[in-house]
Design a protein around this ligand. Structure first.
Ligand code: SF4
Length: 679
């Protein structure tokens, strides 16, 4: 298939050997998540192993459109058995931007498998189809920024920016390699260790930094000078120019569409300094091929290229201590990234809660030698984060992630009951709230992590809530929003997008959840489309009355790159196949219906608003603050039955049925489930 470059690189870390597979053997799996998961399924015989088991093969695969001119499509997936989720280390996915995906394809590979574990610290040096196993002893212990810089120099021969590098096939490039690297947290096998690239992109969720540490894998560097052949380059360029019509309009719509500051799942998101209010943010920066450039560059280098939870990691504490956000926030963000710690897991809130309760601190029940009098200052974060990265004192517990730390301290049950430990899905921190955006919660518990797909989150929450709480009228009514989304998803009935309390356990909410999996598995996780840009449902810059470019844009890009004549429904069906393969792996790991549940606080403690969402009550559509709201235990059980039936799974157990798997061409998967007594 055009868009694929032809080879999958197999890396045996233990034997220091490589081999390749023709991508054509896996063509139907597209790229990214689909390709990576199909490889994982075939290569890992026993899927019920720990993430730290050397037989846990990790697979890295750029999306199908990565390395082309399709806008905001250079995302790369990694799959494998994670270290982060609690209580079970589920098979899961994580995703990264930057330049890595494009350069890997330019080097000739659609995917890399990381098999076994190296005996000594190792980094991989991939240049135009050739792979070297390099000794990482000299960089083991260095942080993620230092490691990248040293590898840049080794690969490029210490040439400065703009200097030509000779690759191994007589070609030249001025591009610097893209380097994925772990820091001390990963080396010390933290379950909240990440893998960083460039200034602010990371394989953040899943604790895969710790898994790399267990494999003695410090870094992967890739440099490629090839290209990705596309079916119709002219059409692809036309599509990119056409898509500009949906991009941000710099005629200053900033005030009117303030909610666009939050650019997730929105093709018209604005570039620039809006993730955190640092005075030194200077210009926008983007991942390869991206028109949005959502990653601010800073003059000081503090918080460079960081967005979202990384950029805001310390801003609240900093502002409280100093009356404003200062450069300390940027310095702390840098420290998190250098040490390679997952900023989203950030334990600050829970540690401070336990300290305020009088149970954590120097000489307290939970011993912690941390300068609490310095909260908001750099020194507090420095001490705490270094303890986590190097597993010193209380940091050894926190490096295991908050649920395991709380369990060790005897606090888990009580703090999950009150919500003082707000770990909502498999021990992941509460993100969007199952009590309000219930589909998000459902998708997270039937998957293996916080689902983190914002497709419906902007029109269902951010858009109405930001405007209404600021005293403005949203640019589109609840009724129009539901109608546009029904049209674009193919649901036809707008009532599917009704978030009133009496719809929380409905088949419609199962449809929302199901569509999210099918769309994101194919388009975002396998084609490489960025969650910040897609799906584009509601778009105030649209030439078509607020209607975003989904699905027309995705289809135009896919057709231009591959030349394949698929319908949008076909792509969702392939996404369904990918999701069923994921689900089968979870079942092989031992997943049961009973496992799929929320912690007690979701049922017993109402969520607090404001949380404005589209609702239809007494025949009238409106945006309404749905809080206070909590879920009902028995009705969640009923919802699971509805979802399992909709997905074609056994409604009692949640396991995919043989007939569903065979219908999807996954007979061999059904056979493995049957062999293991799981179907
Ligand atoms: S929107 Fe931001 S994170 Fe996504 S591809 Fe563009 S620059 Fe990267």
């Amino acid at each position: 298939m055009k868009g694929q470059v032809g080879k999958i690189l197999r890396v045996d870390l233990n034997q220091k050997s490589t081999s390749t597979i023709d991508t054509s053997e896996y063509e139907e799996w597209i790229g990214g998540h689909g390709l990576a998961t199909a490889l994982f399924f075939d290569l890992v015989e026993d899927k019920a192993i720990s993430g730290f088991n050397p037989k846990n093969t990790l697979v890295i695969a750029p999306g199908l459109l990565a390395g082309t001119l399709a806008p905001a499509t250079n995302r790369t997936e990694m799959v494998g058995i994670q270290a982060q989720s609690y209580p079970t280390e589920w098979f899961t996915r994580t995703n990264i931007g930057g330049r890595f995906g494009a350069l890997l394809k330019y080097a000739g590979f659609d995917a890399i498998t990381l098999e076994g574990a190296a005996e000594e610290p190792t980094w991989l040096n991939i240049i135009d189809g050739e792979v070297e196993f390099e000794d990482a002893t000299g960089i083991w212990g260095l942080n993620t920024f230092e490691s990248q810089e040293i590898i840049f120099d080794e690969v490029s021969g210490s040439k400065g920016y703009g200097g030509w590098i000779d690759t191994n096939n007589g070609r030249k490039t001025t591009q610097r390699p893209s380097v994925l690297a772990i820091g001390p947290a990963g080396e010390n096998q933290s379950r909240i260790g990440v893998i960083m690239t460039d200034g602010g992109s990371a394989f953040g969720q899943g604790g895969f930094g710790g898994v790399w540490g267990s494999k003695n894998l410090k870094a992967i560097s890739v440099l490629g000078t090839g290209s990705v052949e596309v079916a119709d380059p002219e059409e692809l360029m036309k599509t990119r120019l056409w898509a500009e019509n949906y991009g941000w309009d710099d005629e200053d719509p900033y005030e009117e569409y303030k909610w666009l500051n939050y650019i997730t799942s929105h093709f018209g998101g604005q570039p620039g300094p809006h993730w955190a209010s640092y005075a030194d943010q200077k210009r926008s920066h983007g991942c390869y091929s991206c028109h949005m450039g959502c990653r601010p560059k800073t003059a000081s280098g503090g918080s460079n290229e960081a967005i979202c939870t990384e950029a805001s990691y310390y801003t609240g504490y900093d502002a409280e201590a100093h009356g404003e956000i200062t450069e300390i926030s940027g310095q702390v963000t840098n420290l998190v990234e250098k040490l390679g710690i997952n900023s989203f897991e950030g334990p600050l809130g829970y540690v401070l809660y336990l300290h305020d309760e009088g149970v954590l601190g120097k000489g307290k029940e939970i011993e912690a030698d941390i300068p609490f009098e310095e909260v908001g200052e750099y020194e507090f974060a420095e001490v705490l984060l270094n303890k986590i990265a190097y597993r010193e004192g209380i940091g050894d517990d926190l490096a295991e992630g908050l649920p395991r730390a709380a369990e060790k301290w005897g606090r888990l049950e009580q703090d999950l009951a009150t919500g003082d430990l707000p770990q909502m899905f498999w021990g992941y921190p509460q993100h969007y709230d199952a009590r309000t955006e219930t589909y998000w919660g459902y998708a997270s518990i039937i998957g293996g992590r916080d689902v983190n797909c914002h497709d419906f989150n902007v029109p269902a929450y951010w858009m109405p809530t930001l405007d209404i709480t600021a005293g403005r009228t949203p640019p589109i009514s609840a009724e129009q929003t539901a109608a546009i989304i029904a049209e674009k998803t193919g649901w036809e009935d707008p009532d599917v997008f009704n978030f009133s309390t009496d719809k929380l356990y409905s088949t419609d909410m199962a449809k929302v959840t199901d569509w999210l999996f099918k769309y994101t598995r194919f388009w975002k996780q396998s084609c490489g489309m960025c969650d910040n840009a897609y799906a584009d449902f509601i778009n105030p810059y649209s030439p078509d009355e607020m209607k975003g470019l989904t699905p027309e844009g995705e289809m135009k890009m896919f057709k231009a790159v591959t030349g394949e004549d698929l319908t949008f429904s076909d792509t969702l069906e392939i996404g369904r196949k990918m999701w069923n393969l994921d689900r089968s792996i979870l079942v092989l790991q031992g997943r049961t219906r009973e496992d799929e549940d929320f912690p007690d606080y979701v049922y017993d403690v109402p969520a607090e608003g404001p949380y404005y969402m589209p609702v239809k009550e007494d025949g009238e559509w409106k945006y309404k603050d749905v809080c206070p709201r909590n879920l009902d235990r028995e009705k969640v059980k009923e919802w699971k039955t509805k979802y399992y039936e909709l997905a074609g799974w056994n409604k009692e157990t949640g396991k995919p049925t043989r007939s569903t798997l065979e219908e999807l061409g996954l007979e061999y998967v059904a056979d493995e489930l049957e062999d293991k007594g799981k179907i």
